[in-house]
Design a protein around this ligand. Structure first.
Ligand SMILES: C[S@@+](CC[C@H](N)C(=O)[O-])C[C@H]1O[C@@H](n2cnc3c(N)ncnc32)[C@H](O)[C@@H]1O
Length: 285
């Protein structure tokens, strides 16, 4: 069992306890920056931390949760302090309406380093322009991980480490190298990436903005895929960098797809092309 702080023996019952204020500060970007910590809520994210072998900064749990999940805690790499709180104190710390009894904090330093080092020669970078909705961003991050992207580059938009995005990404935000900065800086990064041999920048646009069907692109080439924001789409300075525009054709009854929905076929097309070119042998039996 990891080292446990004194607080574990003293059940915290008061919402005025300084711990409550400190954890609540992590709801906002400013508090996360100042404390250098992220707030992860719920058993699923704790399991992701365990799977990734990350060491929490601290764990806060109710007695009921502890009775049911003690073995999980024992597998978390330590040492870390454990604080036991009553239900109302946990609810005061959480951003969700119905917290499941546990939350933990994680140092920013525990996250994968951001950067542009490709994980493979045929790298795929997911570049998002000012995504506003935390649910969309979380879904995009999760799909990016499923597509084995080399990195996620964000121009402004929602904070990928806010609790809502972390939940919607089902923890994928803890695993992907994520860079976030102003749109100009993203454009600069893309220009640098463009100097790599064979690299292509593909801007995804709704059908009314032209573009060829996405399956016509050779996704085996190193590719930076750009997706635009929910309202305005891709900003002109990013569109201008694209070597190709790709689209998912659909009925004209809708002008465009939700950005997180559009990302799934685009991001997974690389895998589809790979599997079609090199079919996997059928399983015996
Ligand atoms: C909701 S759309 C933006 C709509 C915006 N009014 C426009 O016209 O660009 C958000 C982003 O999702 C992607 N997207 C939406 N529908 C798409 C489609 N049919 N094909 C390819 N990308 C699409 C694009 O990257 C787009 O910028």
């Amino acid at each position: 069992m990891p080292e446990i702080a004194e607080t574990s023996h003293n059940l915290i019952r008061s919402r005025r306890n300084p711990l409550v204020r400190r954890i609540r500060q992590l709801h906002d970007a400013k508090g996360r920056r100042e404390q250098g910590l992220l707030l992860l809520e719920g058993t699923h994210l704790l399991q992701e931390v365990l799977r990734l072998n990350l060491q929490p900064a601290e764990v806060v749990a109710t007695e009921t949760w502890l009775q049911r999940h003690q073995p999980l805690l024992e597998r978390l790499p330590g040492p870390w302090p454990l604080c036991t709180v009553c239900d109302t104190v946990l609810a005061a710390m959480a951003t969700t309406q119905h917290p499941d009894g546990v939350l933990l904090t994680l140092s920013n330093a525990a996250l994968p380093a951001s950067g542009n080092r490709p994980r493979s020669r045929d790298g795929l970078w997911l570049c998002l322009d000012a995504i506003q909705d935390p649910g969309n961003l979380g879904t995009l991050i999760r799909t990016g991980l499923a597509a084995d992207v080399s990195g996620l580059w964000l121009a402004d938009g929602a904070d990928p480490f806010q609790p809502k995005v972390l939940r919607a990404s089902a923890g994928a935000a803890l695993e992907l190298p994520i860079w976030r900065g102003p749109r100009d800086a993203l454009a600069e990064r893309l220009r640098e990436l463009q100097s790599r041999p064979g690299l292509q920048i593909a801007a995804s646009v709704p059908p009314h903005q032209g573009g060829s069907p996405y399956w016509e692109l050779d996704w085996s080439r190193p590719t930076a895929l750009l997706l635009g924001s929910e309202g305005a789409g891709l900003a002109e300075p990013l569109l201008a960098l694209a070597d190709r525009r790709v689209t998912i054709p659909h009925a004209p009854a809708v002008e465009s797809l939700n950005v997180a929905v559009a990302a799934a076929p685009l991001l997974l097309e690389r895998q589809r092309q790979r599997l079609t070119r090199h079919p996997q042998p059928a399983a015996a039996g």
